[in-house]
Design a protein around this ligand. Structure first.
Ligand code: PXG
Length: 472
């Protein structure tokens, strides 16, 4: 069995990593000089690195390890499935039991008439599917002109050409000549940074109405769909004002365009419901899923599609699209076991009634720190804004992200994995986190923010710059 227990010394691993491994979203030369942190094992909500340091993983990996690390049942499900049928495809009029069972299970869990699943290997692939699916759907409806997909600035929908085009991250668009044609971006409902003097509710309505303006400008006959994360994740855990989603829903209904909810982060209990759409009262026509569907133990993504859309696509002949690993049997078996655990161990109720409310209270307490302008959470998602001036919501007089990055580095040293997006700090812990672990998380977060604050004061950076606190 290939289990690498007695690994090489850390420095040697780092040298080999720098020599041969190209990392995602990483400046390679910088990493080479510093050496990557080598994670060797994990249990519950804790990671251990190659030097034996133990860290509380407040990001659940990359927003995905919903049931926590170290669950043997998932390993056993994978092992059993590999012995029985390690691979077969779902092309050319074949299928297999794990894909059938998972499609049925997801149809049962998904709200409304979302009863059909197209499987992918990741969230990015699923969003690529969505682009082709909605355009194919409208063509089959006799409206081939409906091709434009409206998305939002600072959205994250993946890293493939399609996913990155749907996303609204400019540094991603700059590399590779994106976005693809017929993808249009409107503003995000990020009140703290962009709301100016408006109330959050008025700002939320204004941002939703940008969708109606865009449809008006482009013409309803050209717009296929609107895609959005119920709560933006990678953009900085941006919880929209309450006014936002009802207005978006009204506009999608009024103008005959499909609504795609990207549930890659918000799915599978993270908001306290199975899907963020349920928690926020959204009625999507398609949901993108990945990450928490397997708690990250296996790569799996997909699109859950409404009856009306699936019927049209099914009647329209071949949909010329698919992945070798669409519905991979081992990933599907692991997903089923993960969903069983989420259900039978009442993990959603834990988020909704216990861990979520407790985190909300403790996390909000961080806003008492002089450098924290806002600390909000929703279920097991939290974001807090660092600022030198709470009253004006000012940005630091330093390039965006300077203070956030320092804070993240200090968190690591203090045994806490908390991410930064610009000068916003974000968390997305495993859903099974206990009250005592939340105490530890918040304690370490406070201590780290405090240390960062002292450091930047000493460096003369605790001063307001010209802009509002930025998160990009
Ligand atoms: N949609 C959303 C909403 C996501 O958050 C994807 C699609 C793409 O999924 P895949 O499985 O292709 O990665 C994501 C992924 C970060 C970070 O730094 C976030 C993601 C991935 C990697 C890093 O916050 N989200």
């Amino acid at each position: 069995m290939t289990v690498i227990a007695n690994h090489l010394p850390t420095e040697e691993l780092q040298r080999l990593d720098a020599a041969h491994h190209l990392h995602p979203f990483t400046a390679g030369a910088e990493l080479k000089a510093k050496g990557a942190r080598v994670i060797t094992r994990a249990e519950g909500v804790f990671l251990t690195d190659s030097d034996g340091n133990r860290m509380l993983d407040a990001m659940a990996g990359l927003w995905c390890v919903n049931i926590g690390y170290g669950r043997k049942e998932l390993a056993e499900a994978a092992y059993a499935q590999m012995l029985q049928l390690p691979y077969y495809n779902t092309f050319f009029q074949t299928t297999h039991v794990p894909a059938i069972a998972l499609a049925k299970r997801l149809a049962d869990l998904a709200p409304g008439d979302l009863n059909h699943v197209f499987f992918a290997g990741s969230g990015s692939e699923a969003n690529d599917t969505n682009i082709r699916l909605v355009r194919h759907y409208w063509a089959a409806m006799g409206k081939p002109g409906k091709r434009v997909i409206i998305s939002r600035k600072n959205a994250y929908h993946g890293s493939t050409m399609g996913g990155a085009s749907l996303g609204g991250m400019e540094p991603m668009h700059e590399q590779g000549g994106l976005p693809l044609p017929d993808i249009v971006h409107i503003g995000q409902p990020h009140w703290y940074v962009e709301g100016g003097d408006m109330s959050p509710e008025a700002f939320g309505l204004m941002r939703a109405r940008e969708l109606e303006e865009a449809i008006g400008r482009l013409g309803e006959d050209r717009v296929a769909a609107f895609i959005a994360e119920p709560i933006q994740g990678a953009g900085g855990v941006i919880i929209p004002p309450d006014s936002y989603w009802p207005e978006i829903q009204r506009i999608c209904d009024a103008h005959d365009i499909l609504l795609i909810a990207d549930e890659v982060i918000t799915g599978f209990g993270r908001t306290g419901a199975w899907f963020g759409s349920q928690a926020l009262g959204i009625r999507p026509d398609i949901m993108t899923i990945a990450k928490g569907v397997t708690s990250g133990y296996q790569p799996l993504g997909g699109s859950i599609v409404a009856d009306g859309v699936a019927e049209v696509v099914n009647e329209a002949g071949d949909f010329n699209h698919g992945y070798t690993y669409s519905g991979h049997p081992v990933a599907a078996a692991v997903a089923l076991e993960n969903l069983r655990i989420l259900e039978e161990e009442h993990v959603l109720a834990h988020v909704r009634d216990v861990a979520g409310p407790y985190l909300a209270e403790e996390w909000a307490g961080l806003a008492e720190h002089p450098m924290v302008g806002e600390a909000k959470s929703f279920g097991m998602l939290g974001g807090l804004q660092l600022t030198p001036d709470k009253r004006t919501r000012a940005a630091f007089d330093a390039p965006a992200g300077t203070v956030g990055l320092r804070c993240r580095e200090i968190c690591f040293r203090n045994g806490l994995v908390m991410r930064h997006v610009g000068d916003r700090m974000i968390i997305s812990p495993p859903l099974v986190i206990t009250a005592a672990e939340i105490d530890l998380l918040v304690e370490r977060a406070w201590a780290s923010i405090d240390e960062a604050c002292d450091q930047i004061k000493a460096d003369g950076l605790f001063a307001a710059g010209p802009g509002v606190s930025e998160n990009a």
